[in-house]
Design a binder for this molecule. Structure first.
Ligand code: SF4
Length: 344
C-alpha cells in the first residue's frame, strides 16, 4: 500500500478568545475537533464547507504553518513535531501552499522574474542568470503565461487577478512539491476566469501527479475539481462526510451535505427553480464558543431525533459504499461506538 504523504490523526486546534488586553475571562475555542484525514501521493482531496468552519486552519496545519493543539500530523510516516530541522525543511518544500489572495501573495516591488527566480537561487536550483531565465520562462509557459516576454519583466500590479494567480501557482511548482494545498485559489478572481485557473490546476495535477488539497466554500468548484478524487465536507470544525467525490455529490448522505447540494444552482435555470431547498430548522450557525451538545448540526437539522442527536458526538462511520458519515441516521442510528468514544 502506498505510504500517505500526510495523515492528520485526531487533530484538534484551539484558540483563546478574550482575556489579556481585551479583558474578560479567556475562553478556549476548538476550531477543529478530532480531524482524521489522509492524503496519498497523486490524490485529489476537496475540503468543502461554509466560511469559518475550519477549512483554512486545516490547510495551515497540513502546510506546517500552524501546529495542532492535540493530535498528530504524520508526514511520510514520521510525526511532524519530531522532525529535525533538515527533515522539516524538506517537508516544507514537499508541501506548498497556494494562497487565496494573489494580490497579497506577491511582492509588489519585484518583477515576475525576480519573484520566480528568487527561490531558484535560494535553493541552488540554478547557477546563473541564464539558467534562471530559462527556468522562469519554462514555468511561465507551464502556467500559460505566454508569450513569456509579455510577463517576465512586469510587476504584479501590471497583471490581471487571474494572471497573478497563475504566477502564484508557478511559484508553488518551483520546488517540485508532492502536495499542493490550494486554499480558495479562485475565490478572489472574477467569475469569468475562475474556471480557466481551476482547469490549469487540474491539468498540472494530471501532468505532474502532484496531490492536491483543494479548499473551497463553493461546492460547484469542488464538483468540478474533485472528479476522481475524495470530498470531505466540514461543518463547525468537524468532518461530517468523507468519500469519493462522485459518490458524495451524486448521493449525499449527511443532512448537511444534502442541504449544501440542494442550495447549489444548476447550469439550467429551470432545474434550479425546480429544486426545493432543504428546510433547515434554523438558519443560524452556532457559535464555536458555545457548541450544541451531541451532533453540532442538530439545532438546524431537519432529521433531528430528540434524545439521540443531542446526546453523544456521532463518529464518522464507514458505509458499505466506501464513504464515512457522522450521523445517527446511519449505522443503526447510533453510530460506531468505538469511533464515538474517540471523538467524545
Ligand atoms: Fe441530523 Fe441527527 Fe444526523 Fe446530526 S446526527 S445530522 S442531527 S440526523
Amino acid at each position: 500500500m502506498q505510504q500517505p504523504i500526510i495523515e492528520l490523526k485526531n487533530v484538534t486546534r484551539s484558540f483563546t478568545r478574550g482575556g489579556g488586553l481585551l479583558g474578560g475571562t479567556p475562553q478556549r475555542i476548538d476550531v477543529l475537533r478530532n480531524i482524521n484525514l489522509t492524503i496519498k501521493p497523486g490524490e485529489i482531496t476537496c475540503l468543502v464547507g461554509e466560511s469559518g468552519c475550519g477549512k483554512t486552519t486545516t490547510g495551515k496545519i497540513i502546510a506546517g504553518l500552524l501546529p495542532p493543539s492535540m493530535g498528530e500530523v504524520i508526514y511520510q510516516g514520521q510525526n511532524l513535531s519530531q522532525l529535525d530541522k533538515r527533515a522539516f525543511s524538506s517537508y516544507r518544500k514537499t508541501v506548498q501552499l497556494v494562497h487565496q489572495d494573489p494580490y497579497a501573495a506577491l511582492n509588489p516591488t519585484q518583477t515576475i522574474y525576480a519573484i520566480l527566480s528568487g527561490p531558484m537561487f535560494r535553493h541552488k536550483l540554478v547557477k546563473n542568470k541564464r539558467e534562471a531565465l530559462r527556468s522562469v520562462s519554462e514555468l511561465l509557459e507551464t502556467v500559460d503565461l505566454t508569450p513569456v516576454e509579455d510577463f517576465i519583466g512586469k510587476h504584479p500590479h501590471q497583471l490581471s487577478g487571474g494572471q497573478r494567480q497563475r504566477v502564484v501557482v508557478a511559484r508553488s511548482l518551483i520546488l517540485e512539491p508532492r502536495l499542493i494545498v490550494a486554499d480558495e485559489p479562485v475565490s478572489m478572481l472574477d467569475v469569468s476566469i475562475r474556471l480557466s485557473v481551476v482547469g490549469l490546476l487540474r491539468r498540472l495535477q494530471a501532468e505532474t501527479q502532484v496531490a492536491f488539497l483543494f479548499i473551497t466554500h463553493d461546492l460547484a468548484m469542488a464538483k468540478y475539481f474533485g472528479t476522481g478524487g475524495n470530498l470531505a465536507v466540514m461543518y463547525l470544525g468537524e468532518i461530517v462526510e468523507f468519500g469519493p467525490a462522485e459518490t458524495v455529490i451524486g448521493e449525499p448522505k449527511h443532512p448537511y451535505t444534502q442541504a449544501l447540494l440542494r442550495a447549489l444552482p444548476e447550469p439550467d435555470p429551470e432545474l434550479t427553480r425546480a429544486k426545493e431547498p432543504v428546510a433547515l430548522r434554523s438558519l443560524d450557525i452556532p457559535d464555536l464558543a458555545a457548541l450544541p451538545s451531541g451532533c453540532t448540526f442538530h439545532p438546524r437539522c431537519p432529521n433531528y431525533m430528540q434524545g439521540i442527536c443531542d446526546g453523544d458526538v456521532p463518529g464518522l462511520v464507514s458505509q458499505p459504499d466506501g464513504r464515512r458519515v457522522a450521523c445517527y441516521l446511519y449505522a443503526d442510528g447510533r453510530g460506531d461506538t468505538e469511533t464515538r468514544k474517540d471523538l467524545a
